[in-house]
Design a protein around this ligand. Structure first.
Ligand SMILES: [Zn+2]
Length: 224
């Protein structure tokens, strides 16, 4: 048996073990459900289920209740499309925040990431993805029109684009820039450059080039 045959044999063995008969249909059903989650294979699912069986039933009840309530009660903010428990999220309804700044992000995880910096006091607009024709994501699938409507309302004085620095991200920024052009509201992008703690010689040319173009006064770079 050569190397590739051995790999194939190992693969089949693994799958045969994966199709094993579980001693209980209930166990199998739970494993099936857990393994539907992203990044969770059947082995991990079985480990999680067995772990749950070893814990007090009250913990499982809390777990199930949290998941069910998440699914039933959570909604999306009517203004920014962030996750919310009410029609308008806690960020949009916070009067201490600057409603004239709107940061455009791809999804809710980006809101969390920016909030964790404690450097931004404006509002957000969650697109729900970025333009990707290959994946069938066009402008209609994203919350772009709602952003245009927000800007058209006149309260927004700056739109800050904070999307991925990929071709799809850049395409989305350009598309939105064109859509907002007639409103004469400044559209900015977050800076792109050398990472904190990064060494210049290891930065790729595009990143280093952008860093030079987006250079900032020395005072600003360290005092904010
Ligand atoms: Zn909101």
């Amino acid at each position: 048996m050569n190397c590739s045959e051995n790999a194939c044999f190992q693969y089949i063995c693994t799958n045969i073990r994966g199709l094993q008969n579980y001693p209980s249909k209930l166990l199998e059903a739970a494993v099936n459900e857990f393994s539907r989650l992203p990044g969770v294979g059947r082995k991990t699912a079985l480990r999680l289920v067995l772990n749950m069986l070893r814990r007090p039933i009250s913990e499982t009840e809390r777990f199930a209740d949290a998941i069910l309530r998440l699914r039933q009660d959570i909604r999306y903010c009517q203004v920014c499309q962030n996750i919310s428990e009410s029609e308008v999220c806690s960020i949009c309804s916070d009067k201490k925040r600057d409603a004239t700044q709107v940061m455009v992000v791809e999804d809710i995880r980006d809101v969390l990431a920016v909030e964790n910096t404690s450097q931004y006091r404006g509002l957000y607009h969650v697109l729900g993805g970025i333009l990707s024709p290959v994946d069938g994501v066009g402008p209609e699938q994203l919350n772009i029109q709602k952003l245009v409507d927000r800007v058209a309302s006149g309260e927004v004085k700056e739109v800050i684009m904070a999307l991925s620095t990929t071709m799809e991200g850049d395409t989305t920024v350009f598309y939105i820039f064109k859509k907002l052009h007639s409103f004469h509201v400044p559209v900015t992008t977050i800076a792109r450059g050398v990472a904190i703690g990064g060494e210049i010689e290891y930065a790729d040319e595009v990143t280093l080039g952008r860093s030079i173009l987006n250079r900032t006064p020395y005072d600003n770079a360290f005092t904010r």
